[in-house]
Design a protein around this ligand. Structure first.
Ligand code: SAM
Length: 269
């Protein structure tokens, strides 16, 4: 087993704001996935790596007051923010607990369904988390995954600084054994964990101006590490970031998101 992994995207204040925008931006895509599953009122469901709130409110509305949603999150800071998020939505059926998705210590087969969004793209041992997730679901219950794959992240017109910064980010992730292209292989991970009736589709966004600086935000989150660990010099980084800012300030530049792979499946009855 490897040592506890750190969250790839870091803890920068900007990262919190980015995650908040992301929650709003991806809500319709996640809700459509929940509709497809057919989550019923009264179900008991779990969300692993719920972050600062993620989809807890969407799940809470679907299971209703007779159901329950448990959010598990490793970062105490995000647990705190998620609890506030839940309070703001006044959904008493949602609980947030600090915990580790690798080993939740929760009873096996005790949930009707389990969901995870954008966690696997941040961890070095995704197979272990998927196995843990599947083991929490009762026979006949559902699992759902919403996972990123960096293949979609492009800007047009192209910019050499964008390509260099993306390469640096990929090299840093690979050094931490993080697979930035994991979205495309989630179907294999869940099949390997015994999940049946797997269905996958994918979503990609053309970003509105407020979300276009995503690569800049990713880089800023790990900026110091990129320099101290020798992936790039400070001078190169500053120069490329300045070119990137200039490029993104042009309203005619288009940026597309990561490709998000949505998977649903059943635990065999
Ligand atoms: C990109 S955020 C996604 C948050 C949320 N699922 C959403 O879609 O908005 C990834 C989250 O996974 C959490 N995480 C990473 N590894 C974890 C682990 N082993 N156990 C629990 N949470 C973990 C991180 O702390 C972070 O909050």
């Amino acid at each position: 087993m490897t040592q506890p992994d750190t969250y790839l995207l870091g803890r920068a204040e900007g990262e919190e704001a980015r995650l908040k925008r992301q929650i709003a931006n991806l809500a319709p895509d996640s809700d459509a996935q929940f509709e497809k599953i057919g989550i019923k009122p009264g179900e008991r469901v779990i969300d692993l790596g719920c972050g600062r709130g993620g989809v807890l409110h969407l799940l809470g509305k679907r299971v209703g007051p007779q159901g329950s949603v448990l959010g598990i999150e490793r970062s105490p800071h995000f647990v705190e923010l998620a609890r506030r998020f839940v309070n703001d939505h006044a959904l008493a059926q949602i609980e947030v607990r600090e915990g580790n998705a690798y080993d939740t210590e929760l009873p096996r087969q005790s949930f009707d369904g389990a969901h995870m969004r954008l966690v696997l793209v941040n961890v070095p041992e995704p197979e272990r988390i998927v196995r843990e997730m599947v083991s929490l679901v009762r026979p006949g219950g559902w699992v759902a995954s919403f996972e990123a794959d960096f293949m979609g992240l492009v800007c047009d017109p192209a910019l050499p600084a964008w390509d260099r910064l993306l390469d640096v980010y990929k090299a840093h992730a690979a050094g931490q054994k993080i697979d930035l292209f994991i979205g495309r292989r989630t179907h294999r991970l869940f099949r390997g964990a015994g999940v049946k009736d797997i269905r996958v589709d994918a979503v990609l966004h053309v970003y509105p101006p407020g979300r276009r600086p995503i690569l800049r935000d990713f880089i800023n989150n790990v900026r110091d590490k990129l320099i101290t660990q020798g992936f790039v010099t400070q001078r190169e980084l500053e120069s490329d970031m300045a070119s990137l800012e200039h490029h993104l300030a042009d309203p005619n530049v288009m940026v597309t998101s990561n490709t998000f792979f949505r998977l649903i499946g059943r635990v065999p009855a």
